[in-house]
Design a protein. Structure first.
Length: 316
């Protein structure tokens, strides 16, 4: 039996993986993109990181504490560096540490335990967002961004705080990636169908062309999918030649023409990615690279939507 760790105090900067008042990996910019970077703080980004608690032995039980140095280093040097950094083109990035559920919460047949673990994690994310709203937001427009387990929580957060609520008027866009979003999950927040549309959400899950995971095969609905190269529902297919840049293992290398994007049912398909050494890349599930295959495209689209939002809402 594992003792439950204490709920995080979000007035403590140590409990934020990314925060504008501290230097952290979300501030990083790949070297090839530095020349075009213009520091700005037009909006805020609330980023919810994916699962990094993967140890099969579950040393902390079903939920990881927020003060384990090794786990935090892993989080910061992977998802915060290579995912949250996409959004620093838009403004201030906030990413809370939270008592994340172990990866097995998505696979165990013990659904009661899994639900409890995810509920505990969401409780922290919710508390962090409430602290952010009370102490940092000051009426600023906000982007919600997430991946994988982070999206499990972002879906709940958007439904609870934005969907049909006054705060929806402050939502620039939500990038909720790596987990299925049901077509009826939101009542008032639509999927993004155009590159400059705001107040909407973008979502995708990336697999090799021709492959569907058991998760997808068992779904009783058709998940919403955004094409992260075209951003246009009327253009569901894009070749890898249109992809201006991926960021993979080496953060400071931006690789062109790595992956295409084709909407197929409830997923995004791409042919096997093209990069040096990809012949050794045997997985057909590209979940880990949902953002990284499309790093430059997402970064550019974030800026595009922010500009559109501010133009339409000059008082915000």
């Amino acid at each position: 039996m594992f003792a439950q760790s204490q709920a995080p105090d979000y007035s403590n900067l140590n409990n934020w993986a990314a925060h504008p008042w501290k230097d952290d990996p979300s501030d990083s910019i790949p070297e090839p993109l530095l020349k075009d970077f213009v520091a700005d703080s037009l909006v805020d980004v609330f980023f919810i990181h994916p699962t990094t608690y993967l140890d099969k032995n579950k040393p902390f039980g079903w939920n990881a504490p927020v003060d384990d140095a090794e786990l935090n280093k892993k989080t910061d040097n992977t998802t915060i560096l290579k995912q949250a950094s996409i959004f620093n083109t838009a403004g201030r990035v906030f990413a809370p540490r939270y008592r994340q559920a172990h990866i097995d919460a998505y696979y165990t047949p013990d659904t009661v335990t899994a639900r409890a673990a995810l509920d505990e994690a969401y409780g922290d994310v919710k508390a962090a967002f409430e602290y952010y709203m009370a102490h940092y937001n000051n009426g600023r427009p906000v982007i919600i961004a997430s991946h994988s387990q982070g999206t499990t929580h972002a879906k709940r957060l958007l439904k609870e705080f934005f969907d049909g609520k006054p705060l929806q008027q402050k939502l620039v866009t939500a990038y909720i990636v790596g987990i299925a979003v049901e077509p009826d999950w939101f009542v008032n927040i639509p999927p993004c169908n155009k590159p400059e549309q705001t107040g909407c959400f973008c979502t995708w899950r990336t697999l090799q062309t021709g492959y569907l995971t058991p998760f997808v095969q068992n779904e009783k609905f058709m998940a919403i999918v955004t094409n992260p190269l075209t951003w246009d529902a009327s253009q569901p297919d894009a070749s890898r030649e249109s992809n201006e840049g991926s960021v993979l293992l080496d953060f400071n290398k931006v690789l062109k023409h790595v992956a295409g994007a084709t909407i197929h049912g409830g997923v995004l398909w791409t042919d096997k990615p093209h990069f040096f050494g990809s012949i050794l890349y045997t997985t057909k599930n590209y979940h880990i690279a949902d953002y990284n295959f499309y790093y430059v495209s997402v970064r550019n689209n974030v800026r595009q939507r922010v500009m559109a939002f501010l133009k339409a809402n000059p008082s915000r």
